[in-house]
Design a protein around this ligand. Structure first.
Ligand code: NAP
Length: 207
């Protein structure tokens, strides 16, 4: 599978690390590829970097890993997403204190309105970047809820989450991102505000 990762920061690089470790090729799309010229060296020849348009060439799946403030611009900048699966890993943060949208909509739904002909899926937003590199915990793999209106796109994102070691969970339609984004706020409060550390993750308990 050809995977574009839009954004090459904490989340983009973490997902690239785990995906390339499983044999996938990734191409980062960033505003200034020269800034990230050395980044692909970390990924054993399985990653490259270019503009967002270059990253999307031939990509079946794109992962959106940019600050939410840039997500609308990215979504709207592509005239036709060509039916691609667009995995939205962003969180519409108002700093560490809250979300700029919620209850009646979600960041994912707002992105979907702007990304013409994209099959938008919400995933990878409820775990920290460290867990994207290694989703295993002593209690089992970190759960990864995946929401989206297109069942095949949702299955595609779940397969990627499973490939890199998450416990992928079908979270239903895209509007359920209204609940997954606050779930990320719980993670942020626990990890960063209340001092429980970035290693913790949601794990599905099974009797
Ligand atoms: N960090 C986490 O643990 C975590 C976990 C789950 C979800 N998230 C969410 O994931 C998203 C990314 O977080 P992060 O921590 O990876 O952020 P980050 O480290 O700040 O990285 C953001 C990346 O996006 C790039 N970018 C900015 N504007 C862009 C544009 N218009 N087109 C393409 N690329 C652009 C940046 O490039 P430049 O360097 O050139 O600006 C940078 O490479 C956020 O929405 C965050 O809420 C984060």
């Amino acid at each position: 599978m050809s995977i574009a990762i839009i954004g090459a920061g904490n989340v983009g690089a973490a997902l690239a690390k785990s995906l390339t470790a499983k044999g996938q090729a990734v191409r980062f799309g960033v505003p200034d590829p020269a800034k990230y010229a050395d980044l692909p060296k970390q990924f054993d020849g399985k990653a490259s970097v270019g503009t967002v348009a270059q990253a999307l060439e031939g990509a079946e799946v794109a992962i959106l890993a940019v600050p939410y403030g840039a997500a609308a611009q990215v979504a709207a900048s592509i005239p036709d997403w060509g039916g691609r699966v667009l995995i939205d890993a962003t969180n519409p943060l108002a700093g560490l204190g809250g979300l700029v949208v919620g209850t009646t909509t979600s960041g994912a739904e707002e992105i979907a309105k702007l990304a013409n002909n994209a099959r938008v899926v919400k995933a990878f937003n409820t775990a920290g970047a460290e867990n994207m590199i290694d989703p295993q915990t002593q209690a089992g793999p970190v759960a990864m809820p995946v929401a989206g209106d297109d069942a095949a796109a949702r299955a595609n994102a779940m397969a990627l989450a499973t490939l890199i070691g998450f416990d992928a969970m079908d979270a239903g339609p895209l509007k359920n991102a209204r609940y997954l984004e606050p779930m990320a706020m719980v993670w942020i409060q626990m990890a960063l505000v209340l001092g429980h550390g970035r290693a913790w993750g949601w794990v599905r308990g099974k009797k």
